[in-house]
Design a protein around this ligand. Sequence first.
Ligand code: GLN
Length: 531
Amino acid sequence: MAKFIFVTGGVTSSLGKGILAASLAKLLQSRGLRVTIQKFDPYINIDPGTMNPYEHGECYVTEDGAETDLDLGHYERFLGVYTSQANNVTTGKIYQEVINRERRGDYLGKTVQVIPHITDEIKRRMLLLGNSDQYDVILTEIGGTVGDIESLPFIEAIRQLKWQLPKEDYLVIHLTLVPYLASAKELKTKPTQHSVKEMQSYGVNPHIIVCRAEISLGTERKRKIAEFCNVDYDSVIEMLDAESIYDVPLHLQKEKLDDIVLGKLGYRDMPEPELTEWNSFLQRHKYPKKEITIGVIGKYIELKDAYISIYESFVHAAAQHECKVNIERIHSETINKNNVKEVLGQLDGIFVAPGFGQRGIDGKIYAIQYARENNVPFFGVCLGMQMAVIEFAKNVLNLPQANSTEMQQNTPYPVIDMMQEQKTIVNMGGTMRLGAYACELKENTLAHQIYGETKISERHRHRYEFNNKYLQDFEAHGMIASGFNPDSQLVEIVEIPSHKFFIGVQFHPEYKSTILKPHPLFCGFVKACLG
Ligand code: GLN
């Protein structure tokens, strides 16, 4: 049976619970343990797939097609271990399961209540991944902030698990904020004390308190927090603002978080951390030798979390090439025919982001036309690929009214069309083409050269596809399909061989790029932008 670590957050949101969980997991992994992380989110949506990025940031997609919280992306990028449907649980999923059981008659004769029925289901889901014998340690991050009404059942489940799990298999870590008051020139511990008191009022006493702070806490303040919050002296850990999220594991290691956790979980004589590759990544990341600027064109540009996996993939690829990639975030709605050269003229490469719906489409098409006509490296993902297809149809095939049926149902030239199996679907939630699908690459194409193999697998999240009726026409005019799904013949990749670097992919490579395995497409694109 695995051991369980629960990570809760207090005082405010956005303290970096996901990064804390991923960093601790990384440290434990570096000491020889098999680790995974799961996230419990308090909202009632079954998953974030139906929320827009303004609500929830990016929707991350797993191999098995779960639409999940973006923190799962951090988990995979840090650990290099796949997550799955089981790694993201929401209040919606818990209630759906309990209500389905109630309708089946599983609780016949009983009143179904938050305690014990909802909390029992939460506990079952919390322990689920532990049954597989795949992991030594399972970290569970609880979304939201302690004190929120909606996360109470999760906290109650954690309280109950204390009585169910052996002492050395159970650990609670609470992340709080220790704010610096400029006027008083002092760090303040009171919010932390209150937040821990709140936890204690629910019957949970955290074992370790991690304090997010702008400046070091110092021994005295740590002792004060320990005494007021009832934890061991060595169990108050500071997590200072870091230059890069990838520094955080090393910072926490300096604070001996891994040793303390291992000690409390009853591990003895564990190997020293093996972080050679991680450190080598950090070296390349921090001391780049060259610098380029890539424009990322999308419609959720103002929100960094909306394309977080894409931005991170550029960080990985940049480190691979020992260069710095400056990202210029460009709102597609601001690009028009007249300013396109002015807006994009200085860029070393143009990336067009995924997306849904009509807003900002024209700007994307102008940007792609600019990249194609001026031989500027271009990389489009999902909607970015679809827009490249539409641009080519409009301006090269001379079909000015070409479109996707997503944007215009009755377009005379549906070069992008809804997939056949999508046409009968009524429910919006979880019904796109989701998760990993195989793709076969044509030999002697850019895609083949980039991947160095002909059979690949990538993750998807879309309803529309390249319309194969037009394929011959496209290829005759210089845009070829270089990757196909072997079962359905759906086009997965398009490219323009006469161009320096022009590639569009129907799948989402950004979901599979990790620190230690940067994605070949991002690496290839960055290399092309380096010139
Ligand atoms: N809206 C497009 C589709 O559904 C593209 C989706 C995406 O970019 N993820 O096919």
